[in-house]
Design a binder for this molecule. Structure first.
Ligand code: 9MJ
Length: 690
C-alpha cells in the first residue's frame, strides 16, 4: 500500500521538510485507519486485511510518538488506551439522562398511549417508534464540531463520571463524525447509547478470566460496566465493547423532527444504530412487534431485556415533557425475566460420550419466561469451586436461548448452615470405572471405554440424523438396546437380529421390520457422515468433511500421518492429533473393519454427493448479510456449506449469490451495483429446501 516515511536526515531545512512530510503522512494514516476501522466494526465490510491495518497503525503510533503535536484527540491511536487515572472526574449532563418507566403487558402499553392522547390538546394521530431495549451501560458521548471530546456514564441522571479515555477504545464509537448528506454535523452534539458486550465476546472474556483465576462476570452487562469503570484504559481496550446509539441529549441548531430522522442522521454520521427498529407505526403494530422481537431475542448476539416504545414526533415529545425521573413520551416494555432464584436439591453427575463427567444441579422446578427449569449444568468441578456452589444453596438460575440453563451465582445471604459441599466421585457413577482428570482441561473423565453411559451416548451420536441417520433408532430405543445387551459396540447396529428385537418390550413385528429396513438403508452412507458418526474428539461436521474431501477413502485416513492431516487447510492441531490417536488404536481399527465387513458402503462425498449435485448452491460463492429472522447465521452458513457453497464475508465480482436479511446495508448495495443475484430470506429457505 503506502510507502512508510523514511527516517529523518539531519539539518534544519531537512527537519522542517520532514516535519511537513510527517504531518501529511499522519493525516493520511489517521483518515485511512478511521475509515478502515468504521468499515470493519460498523459496516462489517472490511477492504484490507487485519495485518495491513496493524502495519498502518504501528506506523502511525511511531510517527505520533516522534511528533506528539500531531497526535490529535480523534486519532485512531487513541483507541489503544492510556496510563491509569487516580479517579474519575465527574461532569453534568447538559440535558438530564432520564430513566424509563416500565410496562409489563399490553394493558400497560395501552394505558401509556391513552395517557399521551389525553394530555395532547389536539386529536392528532400519534405514531411510535419501537426499539430493542439493550441490556448494557448507558453513556453519553459529546461531540464538538464532529470530534468526540467527552464521554460520561449516566450516573444519577444529572451528573456522570467522565470515561472519555475508556470510551475512545471502543472501536465502533466514532472519534470523528462522517460528513453526511442526510444531515449537517451540529456544532455541539450529545449522543446517547448503550455500551454492550456481545455473547461470544463475553464467553471468551470469561474463559480467559477463568484461566487466570480471576473472578468471572455474571453477565455481559456487568462485564461491560466493569470494563468501562477501569481507571486504566489499556485494560478497557482489551475488552470486546461495542455500542448502539438511540438518541440525543443537547444538540445545537434545529435538531430533528422525528425519532426516525434522528436515528438515520446518527447512522449516517457513523454510529451503530440497531437494525431491529420499527419506525413511526401505530399502537397495534407496536404490540405485534413486541411479539416478533421476543421471538428473535434468543437469536441476537447481544442481550435485550425488552422493547422501548417512543413517540416518534419530537415536537410531540417536547409537548408531553417529563415527570421527575422519566419522560412521558417513552416507556420500557420489559420481557419476562430470564433469571429466577431457586434451590439446589442435589448435584448429580452425568457421563457423556467421551466419558466426561458433568455435574448437574437438580433444582426445585421454577418457571423462567414460561419454561419450567429443573436442572442446570454446573460444567465441572472448577466452576463449582469458583462459584462456591453447595447442595441446598439458593441460587440465581439463568435460561438463555436454547442452551442448557446455568447457575449464575449463589445467594449467600440465604445460607443457613445446612449446605453440603459437593465432591466429584472418584469412580464413574455409572460403571464404577476409574476417573482421570485430564491435564489442561477442567473435565474429569471415566476412562472405561465400554462404560454403558458412554456407550449409549456414542451410539446415539453414531445413529443420529447427522451421523449414519438410522431412522427410528432414537434415544430411548438405543438405551433399551444397550440395556438388553443387543448393542455393545457400533458394529452391532448392522447385525441386529429381528427375532431378538421382536421379543423386546414396546417392539412389535412392524417396528422391528421398520428398524431392520432403516439399518439396511443406513448401510449406504458417505465417508463424511461415517467419520462424523465415529465421534472422534474434536472431529465435528467440518473436520469430517475436510478429511473425506482430502483423503477420499477410510483406508487412506486410517493410514494418514499426523503431518498430512494437520496440513489440511482449516483443520486444527487438536483434531489432527485426535484422528491419528483414534486410528492408531487396534480396537478402533478392528471396529471399522467389522463395520465394513457387515456391508456398510462409504461413498466418497467429494466425488458424488447427491446433495451437492442437486443444489443450486454447489460450487457457488455466497455472502450472508443483514439479519435472518428464522434461522441463525451460523446455521445458514453450515447448510450452505453442506450444499457445496463457499460462504465468504465480502461482496465482490466473484460472489454468485447474496442472501440479504432485514436491514442489510452496504453489502446489499454493493451486490446491486455489481448486478449479483440477491435472495431474500424466504427465497433462500425455499432454495435450500427447508
Ligand atoms: C436502550 N436501553 O436500549 C433508551 N434504550 O430512551 C433505548 N434506552 C432510552 N432507548 C430514552 N433503545 C431514555 C432511555
Amino acid at each position: 500500500m503506502n510507502e512508510p516515511l523514511k527516517p529523518a536526515a539531519s539539518g534544519p531545512d531537512q527537519s522542517v521538510a520532514d516535519s511537513e512530510k510527517a504531518a501529511s503522512r499522519v493525516k493520511k494514516l489517521q483518515e485511512e485507519l478511521t475509515d478502515h476501522s468504521y468499515r470493519y466494526h460498523v459496516l462489517d465490510d472490511p477492504i484490507i486485511s487485519d495485518a495491513e491495518y496493524d502495519r498502518m497503525l504501528k506506523e502511525l503510533v511511531a510517527l505520533e510518538e516522534e511528533y506528539p503535536h500531531l497526535s490529535t484527540d480523534d486519532s485512531p491511536t487513541k483507541r489503544v488506551g492510556a496510563p491509569p487515572l487516580d479517579a474519575f472526574e465527574t461532569a453534568d449532563h447538559r440535558v438530564p439522562m432520564l430513566s424509563l418507566d416500565n410496562a409489563f403487558d399490553t394493558d400497560d402499553i395501552q394505558e401509556f398511549s391513552k395517557r399521551i392522547l389525553r394530555m395532547l390538546k389536539s386529536d392528532q394521530q400519534v405514531l411510535f417508534t419501537a426499539e430493542p431495549k439493550l441490556d448494557g451501560v448507558a453513556v453519553e458521548l459529546t461531540y464538538e464540531n464532529g470530534v468526540l471530546i467527552q464521554a460520561t456514564t449516566r450516573g444519577d441522571g444529572v451528573t456522570g463520571e467522565v470515561i472519555t479515555r475508556n470510551v475512545r477504545t471502543i472501536a465502533s464509537v466514532p472519534l470523528k463524525l462522517n460528513a453526511s448528506e442526510r444531515s449537517d454535523i451540529p456544532e455541539h452534539l450529545d449522543v446517547r447509547g448503550e455500551v454492550i458486550i456481545r455473547q461470544n465476546g463475553f464467553e471468551t472474556l470469561n474463559q480467559e478470566r477463568a484461566r487466570n483465576n480471576e473472578p468471572l462476570f455474571a453477565n455481559p452487562r456487568n462485564a461491560a460496566a466493569g470494563s468501562l469503570r477501569q481507571l486504566d484504559s489499556r485494560i478497557t481496550a482489551q475488552r470486546p465493547l461495542d455500542i448502539f446509539v438511540y438518541g440525543v441529549g443537547f444538540i445545537s441548531g434545529t435538531g430533528y423532527a422525528t425519532q426516525e430522522e434522528m436515528l438515520l442522521a446518527l447512522k449516517s454520521f457513523g454510529f451503530p444504530v440497531n437494525e431491529h427498529i420499527q419506525y413511526a407505526v401505530n399502537l397495534d403494530a407496536v404490540i405485534s412487534f413486541y411479539t416478533r422481537l421476543e421471538g428473535i431475542r434468543d437469536t441476537l448476539e447481544y442481550e435485550i431485556d425488552g422493547m422501548v416504545v417512543k413517540v416518534d414526533d419530537i415536537a410531540i415529545q417536547q409537548e408531553l415533557g417529563q415527570k421527575i425521573k422519566s419522560p412521558r413520551w417513552a416507556i420500557a416494555w420489559k420481557f419476562p425475566a430470564m433469571e429466577e432464584t431457586t434451590i439446589i436439591r442435589d448435584i448429580r453427575v452425568q457421563v457423556g460420550r467421551t466419558g466426561t463427567l458433568t455435574p448437574v444441579a437438580i433444582l426445585d422446578p421454577v418457571s423462567i419466561a414460561g419454561v419450567t427449569v429443573s436442572r442446570a449444568t454446573l460444567h465441572n468441578m472448577d466452576e463449582i469451586t469458583r462459584k462456591d456452589i453447595r447442595i441446598h444453596d439458593t441460587v440465581l438460575v439463568m435460561r438463555a436461548g436454547d442452551v442448557i440453563p446455568k447457575v449464575v451465582k449463589v445467594i449467600t445471604e440465604k445460607r443457613d448452615g445446612n449446605e453440603i459441599m459437593f465432591q466429584m466421585p472418584e469412580s464413574c457413577p455409572v460403571c464404577d470405572g476409574p476417573v482421570r482428570r485430564v491435564e489442561d482441561e477442567a473435565a474429569a473423565r471415566c476412562t472405561n471405554f465400554s462404560c454403558p453411559a458412554q456407550l449409549k451416548e456414542r451410539l446415539r451420536h453414531f445413529v443420529s440424523k447427522k451421523g449414519l441417520d438410522v431412522d427410528g433408532l432414537g434415544t430411548r430405543l438405543v438405551d433399551q438396546l444397550v440395556e438388553e445387551g443387543l448393542l455393545t459396540a457400533f458394529g452391532d447396529v448392522f447385525t441386529l437380529d429381528r427375532h431378538r428385537l421382536v421379543g423386546l418390550e414396546r417392539m412389535g413385528d412392524k417396528s422391528a421390520d421398520n428398524l431392520i429396513q432403516a439399518v439396511r438403508e443406513a448401510k449406504n452412507t458417505t465417508l463424511r457422515r461415517f467419520l462424523f458418526a465415529l465421534g472422534i474428539d474434536h472431529v465435528g461436521e467440518n473436520a469430517a468433511r475436510l478429511l473425506s474431501q482430502t483423503f477420499g477413502t477410510i483406508e487412506e485416513i486410517m493410514a494418514a500421518p499426523f503431518d498430512d492431516i494437520q496440513a489440511i487447510h482449516g483443520m486444527g492441531d487438536k483434531s489432527a492429533m485426535a484422528v491419528v490417536e483414534f486410528f492408531k488404536n487396534p480396537e478402533n481399527q478392528a471396529m471399522v473393519r467389522r463395520i465394513l465387513e457387515s456391508g456398510v458402503v462409504l461413498e466418497n462425498d467429494s466425488m458424488a454427493s447427491e446433495e451437492q449435485e442437486e443444489s443450486a448452491f454447489s460450487g457457488k460463492t455466497v455472502v450472508l448479510t443483514g439479519t435472518l429472522e428464522t434461522i441463525k447465521r451460523g446455521e445458514a452458513k453450515a447448510l450452505l456449506e453442506q450444499k457445496g457453497a463457499m460462504v465468504t464475508s465480502g461482496v465482490s465480482k466473484k460472489t454468485d449469490w447474496v442472501i440479504a436479511g432485514t436491514k442489510a446495508g452496504s453489502k446489499l448495495d454493493k451486490a446491486r451495483t455489481l448486478g449479483i443475484n440477491i435472495l431474500d430470506e424466504q427465497a433462500f429457505l425455499k432454495m435450500l429446501g427447508t
